[in-house]
Design a protein around this ligand. Sequence first.
Ligand code: SF4
Ligand code: SF4
Length: 433
Amino acid sequence: MPIGGKKQLPIAIEKENAVVQSTISGRDWELPGMWNRMFEQRVIREFSPEAIEKVASLDGAESLSWCYGCGKCVPVCPVDIVGEYGPRKIFRKVQTGMDLFESSDLWLCTTCMNCLRVCPKEVDMVQIMPAAREVAVSNGNVPNELQDVFEKTFRYGNALGENPRRRSAWTKDAGVPVRILSKDPSPVDVLFYVEDYWSYHPRGKQAAQAFARIMTSLGIDWAILGPEEKTIGDSQRLAGEKGLFEALMDDVVATLDKYEFSRIVTPDPHGFNALAKEYPKRGHTFDAYHYTQLLAPLVDKIEWKKELDYTVTFHDPCYLGRHNGEYDAPRKLIEAIPGLRFTEMERCRENGYCCGGGGGGMWLDGFTANHTTQRLSERRVIEAAQTGSDVLAVCCPYEVSRFEDAAKSTGNEQLKIKDIVELIDEAMGYTAE
Ligand code: SF4
Ligand code: SF4
């Protein structure tokens, strides 16, 4: 089979009879041809290993060459469900000469980790893709929309290109006092690391305000960095900008070092992932929590004011669930809300379906649309609507806007998208629907 050629049936070399000598008795045994079926030499030898070696020689990308083609990864890959993808397919394409650094396949992986969960050879796309993307970034070969986000992050310290001085603008309408550490630097128990989408996006700001009210009502001693905060930038790292991530980390750590706090909590599973797993690799260790982990042990102390008459389903964020093993905290919170009826989607927990926002996918929707039949967020919203739920609950700041857009574009406007803190806030009587 030539490189890039069509699949051809192997030529069977068959004899009518064959004689096989027993290694035990030394006797000859005559076998019919059906036991002696052979095929011509596997054509894989005709391919040069160069393309695979180019990827596998990168730090972190070695495992691409370990693939033995079992195919377990393909049916669990969320991108394959809306296109032609999955590690086995990528491996095979690279093996037969595709230059991954020039290919659109380089940007479609959301680093959701569902393939690694099932791969017997531990082929790790969560490391392969960022390593290969780093090469493409240094060659200037990056989709425009992603390059734009890299530049905004570099200039403003946030992916949205917003004014850093407006980081704490959301606090004005929170309805509770919010302590900003640069103005009041005394020690604090919980440092609330708000991250970009809860700081600036209109729907994110509502969630940040709800979380502020909940923490205050629970008597938590908390504060924010305000204008000193910069994004942790884990998605930029996974999208290939490791240098930018490391520069951000230096800034973040320098700011955090100025203050005394016991715990750090963030609503962003991507930021949480970096604090929990990437920062310690570089010598920076914090007692880090996703907000659901901070609230779940305190759920019995919440003073509920009303029952919510909703059926709710829940979307597991890849970077909270599969990447960090937290499936129970969000469910504990949802199940504690009075009146709610909770129902799971078929793909949930370890096998949760990715929203398409991870690994830089948040900023690649335009690019991805040219290579898939449907957005991952649309696919997920349809699954949520099929449960008959009124509300799709989320706990990642990327997801509210992604799923609200998807609910509109798939004609599922009846499905409301709410962060779990918005549901808690509503049941505590702070906000009406
Ligand atoms: S990490 Fe997720 S999106 Fe990427 S190849 Fe694996 S299953 Fe597919
Ligand atoms: S599951 Fe692993 S070994 Fe099997 S085809 Fe996929 S990447 Fe290759």
